[in-house]
Design a protein around this ligand. Structure first.
Ligand code: GTP
Length: 599
């Protein structure tokens, strides 16, 4: 293959600026996908992605483009997600590219993630092509968007295509810009020892582990004996190919190409995203630079509702880890919930998505406990321990000091919401740092704040105060001492370890009251009275009572009101699936994350 005809690139953007829509248009215009097969947002193949309209997993596709110069080019397009929680996916895909198309929505301009993604692209030495999208909308302000790209990012926009990814207007200019501006893989040499970067992987029932790779040097073909450079594991290649986006088998992959490899790998832990593959015979001496391992920010206990499915759950976690390098987990057990795992996530959306994928893809019924950050506890004997599960906090007498992770948070918002947002930040123990003008309509609020306060319902409040206009990003700035206490919850007099939480002393009474009230709403009545108590140490700080039930919840409905009755019964049945028996009390999943939903 003529290396000069290869272009490897990603599309980067702030969330909703139109990456996936542009990718669809490109696929269509290069006839990669026959029009009748065209399904909107083709690269977003996971169900959750389609339903939520967000891109989570990166996906790559090879396409052919006949350019205006009369030559045919091979494009490898790698789609990337836009949400902060998935930033690590973005940097993974970028490491496999020479260039990036930066999509900016002309009705929104440059936003937080636009910048963050540009920095990632620059870190990877990529050529960036700015593209102005959504010019078909009346509210599009092309000139202002260009100005922002020039002033804030520092990219020249003289030739930036002005497109509508939706209608296809000027999308051809983007294709031509890819040919003209993105460099071909100049370091590609088929004759050197193989070095292929694994940038993604997943488990296939028949093929074993399938790895997405970018070949930097060398070639790889069916029958080759490969070696993982990090652990020396060796396998014989059974299939190689590219995605178009359908799986297309090939005889071999060459330097400069993006494709996939399978080698009947059943031992999942042999494969690490970021590792370099070489050949057992004539191996490379140096691996490619890998990825920085990301440290999870929040932890949650996840348990199968049916304890008999523990082994299935464990296997599902192993498989999902293949396609999600940021996931970490270890076994834990809870008196209330039995055997499960403590799982670390990059953020709340990441947690939600993983739980949903586990349930759907592996047909599991799971209960997740309230997420927690990692607390650093100095004991009176001088030892320092890290706690990611509130129920494991030692006896207060043994504790000298507790520290919690702080973040520096930047909230970008239209000016009119600044006052209310400052109140929100203060109520969340934020320490004011700065207030800056981004441009004539938007301001940026800068605070230091405990990470735990971002977990507890920060996002929803921010969105409701700003009518959806404010966005935020944060970065860890280390640990600070706080006055923290462990609050326990007792149901029917029994402490439920999975409901324990660590709270700031200042909020303890208020959270205790709100939480017991919420639990009273969530836990269905049973045939005996259930006291719900919040306690600190041995002191009860709040109490509610769930009254004994009337067996038929529909008793007060008029006999004619059948559809309503049916709905109620269905709701009850639905709820049953996620009930966990704790002592004598049946507790629904919602109770374990109730604290996230306090008003
Ligand atoms: P994530 O994958 O969630 O990060 O979003 P994305 O950047 O891939 O955005 P997506 O392609 O899903 O587009 C977001 C919304 O904008 C969708 O409703 C699109 O239909 C719409 N959209 C994208 N491009 C255009 C455009 O050129 N014009 C108009 N009017 N709408 C567009």
């Amino acid at each position: 293959m003529d290396k000069k005809k290869i272009r490897n690139f990603s599309i980067i953007a702030h969330i909703d600026h139109g990456k996936s829509t542009l990718a669809d248009r490109i696929l269509e215009m290069t006839d990669t996908v026959a029009t009748r097969e065209m399904q909107e947002q083709l690269l977003d193949s996971m169900d959750i992605e389609r339903e939520r309209g967000i891109t989570i997993k990166l996906n790559s596709v090879q396409l052919k483009y006949k350019a205006k110069d009369g030559q045919e080019y091979v494009f490898n397009l790698i789609d990337t997600p836009g949400h902060v929680d998935f930033q690590y996916e973005v940097s993974r895909s970028l490491a496999a590219c020479e260039g990036a198309i930066l999509v900016v929505d002309a009705t929104q301009g440059v936003e937080a993630q636009t910048l963050a993604n540009v920095y990632l692209a620059l870190d990877n030495d990529l050529e960036i092509i700015p593209v102005i999208n959504k010019v078909d909308l009346p509210s599009a302000d092309v000139e202002r968007t260009k100005e922002q790209i020039e002033n804030i990012i520092g990219l020249d926009t003289t030739d930036a295509p002005e497109i509508s990814a939706k209608t296809g207007l000027n999308v051809e200019d983007v294709l031509e810009a890819i040919v003209a501006k993105i460099p071909y893989p100049m370091d590609a040499n088929d004759k050197e020892p193989l070095r292929a970067l694994i940038f993604d992987s997943y488990y296939d029932q028949y093929l074993g582990v399938v790895m997405s790779v970018r070949l930097r040097q060398g070639t790889i073909k069916v029958g080759d004996k490969i070696k993982m450079m990090s652990n020396g594991a060796e396998y014989e290649v059974t299939e190689v190919g590219v995605k178009t986006p359908k799986i297309l088998k090939k005889d071999m992959l060459e330097a400069g190409e993006v494709g996939w490899i399978s080698a009947s790998i059943k031992t999942i832990k042999d494969v690490h995203v970021g590792d370099t593959i070489t050949l057992a015979k004539n191996p490379a001496t140096e691996p490619l630079p890998g990825y920085k391992k990301l440290k999870p920010m929040v932890y949650s206990g996840i348990y199968p509702v049916d304890n008999a499915r523990y082994e299935d759950f464990k296997e599902a976690l192993e498989k999902i880890e293949l396609s999600d390098s940021a996931l970490v987990y270890e076994p834990e057990s809870s008196q209330a919930l039995g055997f499960g795992f403590r799982v670390g996530f990059l953020g709340l959306l990441h947690m939600e998505v993983i739980q949903e994928r586990l349930e759907r893809e592996y047909n599991l019924n799971l209960i997740a406990t309230t997420p927690s950050v990692i607390y650093r506890v100095t004991l009176t004997n001088g030892d320092v321990i890290e706690i990611d599960n509130p129920s494991l906090l030692p006896d207060p007498q043994k504790i000298k000091m507790i520290e919690e992770p702080y973040v520096n948070i930047k909230v970008t918002t239209p000016g009119e919401y600044v006052g209310d947002l400052m109140n929100l930040m203060q109520s969340k123990l934020g320490v004011y740092r700065d207030l800056v003008y981004v441009d004539d309509t938007r301001m940026e609020l800068v605070y230091d704040m405990p990470l735990a306060e971002i977990i507890f319902d920060f996002f929803n409040k921010l969105k409701s105060i700003s009518h959806g206009y404010a966005s935020f990003e944060y970065e860890p700035i280390g640990y600070q001492e706080s006055k923290l206490v462990k609050m326990d919850i007792l149901l029917n007099g029994e402490m439920v370890d999975a409901l324990s939480m660590i709270v700031n002393n200042q909020f303890a009474y208020e959270r205790g009251r709100e939480l017991t009230k919420k639990l009273k709403e969530i836990i269905p009545r049973q045939n005996f009275e259930i006291p719900v108590q919040a306690s600190i140490g041995n002191k009860v700080i709040a109490r509610e009572t769930i009254k004994a039930y009337r067996k038929d919840v529909t008793w007060k409905l008029h006999a004619a009101d059948i559809s309503r009755k049916k709905k109620l019964l269905e709701k009850q049945k639905e709820g049953k699936k996620r009930m966990k028996q704790i002592g004598r009390v049946e507790v629904p999943q919602d109770a374990f994350v109730a604290v996230l939903k306090l008003d």
